[in-house]
Design a protein around this ligand. Structure first.
Ligand code: ATP
Ligand code: MG
Length: 455
């Protein structure tokens, strides 16, 4: 056992001291040990202990407790507004559904508790004075960048299929690879992901796609991911001969996800973009044809891709904003962008600046996963030119009814009878302004409104 120190937050140190002072054994465990050893800030600090839930309740009776996990041995103690989960050493029982242990059994010692944990890098514990408890070579794997199951990978994935995606999520987040035996077992067991609930699949897939190393994981482990999203399987090996591409559809997708730059987006925007990039070419295998020149064409893959993405995202019970946002982008990801101000203003009118900025980010990622030819570089420059001009017009242009220098009341005051004609007139005036046929000035617009057919 090596002696190392991890700097514990004061409340965590106090919890360990209190448990140990009362005669129990106790450690911080799992993700916080892993992240501390990597020099990353842990998300939360989990503790494990020999104390049973009723003993935890007695020991921390004058503290605020959260008892929703008590059946599984977890009591959360709230200190300074932050809950800390303390879990009794336990074994998981049998898994008959690849997902839920049928029962949990409390055990007396740490070793048995560490043995039930998923990966060696997640199976380390620490206590001040004792150092790191690392029974499965977690530190060696951390140093080598390897995700490896604790024990026999086939058995561990058979117990709980969600671990297959957890392995990929840690690989994506930490830029790690799967140990070969763990990778083989994950691929062999991928079909059992069908037994995992949509919510859990979505949460893990989202964790993978939002991680910095998502692209590499897609490139390397598409075969495993296909257990969760079977529609990606036909993308693998779907070649794209012609002058644009240097990858098959799946490798192109993986590189696009890697190249995606979501900076400047809020969390929702980043999520919409990650998923849209992941699914943007999902219908290409369904739309593939080869022309007489030997080049592949994928006519209609925008629209069919949007429909397929909607099916997939709904099946995964993705939030509504994500479904709508990603489907909307996929539906026009490959359509040409307008160059003239009038076209750009109409795009702003139809889609809004937030959507168009996302569309540009998707287009950059898509183009950066093409063959690096001058033609592709030119297309990228076209996107940049659109984005610059769109940014200016979004601030200075007139592209909504609200921005028009007249409103319905003005038209009625000028003599137009109330009714649907007012709305039609405003719409017509707005289009005339966006097309540069009328200035956005009150007098000019009122004059035009008085002359039917003038705009
Ligand atoms: P994160 O930073 O994503 O929270 P974490 O390692 O803390 O990473 P959690 O899901 O919070 O992950 O789980 C805490 C610990 O519980 C893990 O480190 C691991 O030891 C154990 N664990 C969680 N889920 C499983 C599982 N499905 N099978 C086995 N062990 C698990
Ligand atoms: Mg955690």
């Amino acid at each position: 056992m090596t002696r190392d120190t991890i700097r514990l937050p004061r409340d965590v140190a106090w919890l360990l001291q209190t448990l140990r002072g009362a005669g129990y054994s106790a450690y911080v465990v799992g993700g916080c040990v892993r992240d501390s050893l990597l020099g990353r800030q842990p998300g939360d600090w989990d503790l494990c202990t020999s104390a049973r839930p009723d003993q935890l309740r007695a020991l921390f009776q004058d503290r605020q407790l959260i008892l929703t996990g008590e059946k599984h041995g977890t009591v959360a103690v709230v200190l300074h507004g932050k809950p800390y989960e303390i879990t009794t050493y336990r074994l998981d029982g049998d898994y008959t559904d690849h997902r839920h242990p049928d029962k949990v059994r409390f055990v007396g010692d740490l070793a048995a508790d560490l043995a039930r944990r998923d990966f060696t890098i997640n199976a380390m514990a620490y206590a001040p004075g004792e150092g790191i408890i690392d029974l499965y070579g977690g530190r060696k794997d951390l140093a080598a960048g390897i995700v490896r199951c604790v024990g026999d990978p086939e058995a561990r994935f058979a117990e709980d299929a969600l671990r297959i995606l957890r392995a990929l999520r840690f690989a994506a987040r930490l830029h790690f690879s799967l140990d070969p035996a763990t990778g083989r077992a994950a691929e062999a067991a991928r079909g059992t992901l069908q037994n995992v609930s949509a919510e859990r699949l979505y949460a893990e897939l989202d964790g993978i796609l939002m991680a910095a190393g998502a692209g590499k994981v897609l490139a390397q482990y598409g075969g495993i991911l296909a257990g969760a999203v079977p529609e990606i399987a036909p993308c693998m090996g779907c070649t794209q001969p012609g002058r644009w591409h240097c990858y098959d559809v799946w490798q192109h997708t993986a590189v696009a996800v890697e190249k995606l730059d979501p900076r400047g987006q809020d969390t929702r925007g980043a999520r919409v973009l990650c998923w849209a990039t992941f699914l943007h070419d999902i219908a290409k295998p369904l739309c593939r044809s080869v022309g007489p020149d030997g080049a592949a064409h994928f006519k209609g893959h925008n629209q069919r891709g949007a429909a397929l993405a909607r099916t997939i995202l709904r099946r995964l019970k993705a939030p509504g904003y994500l479904v709508e946002g990603a489907v909307g982008l996929i539906a026009i990801h490959d359509a040409p962008l307008p160059e003239e101000d009038s076209g750009i203003l109409k795009s702003l009118n139809r889609y809004g600046a937030v959507f168009l900025r996302r569309l540009c980010a998707l287009k950059y990622a898509d183009l950066d996963a093409h063959a690096l030819t001058p033609e592709v570089a030119r297309r990228r420059e076209d996107v940049a030119a659109f984005e610059r001009r769109m940014g200016v017009l979004a601030k200075t242009g007139c592209y909504t009814m609200r921005q028009l220098a007249v409103n319905g009341a003005d038209l009625m005051q000028a003599g137009m009878p109330a009714g649907p004609e007012v709305g039609r007139a405003l719409h017509g005036l707005l289009f005339a302004v966006m097309e540069g046929r009328l200035p956005n000035e009150r007098e000019a617009l009122l004059a035009a409104a008085r002359r039917p057919g003038a705009y």
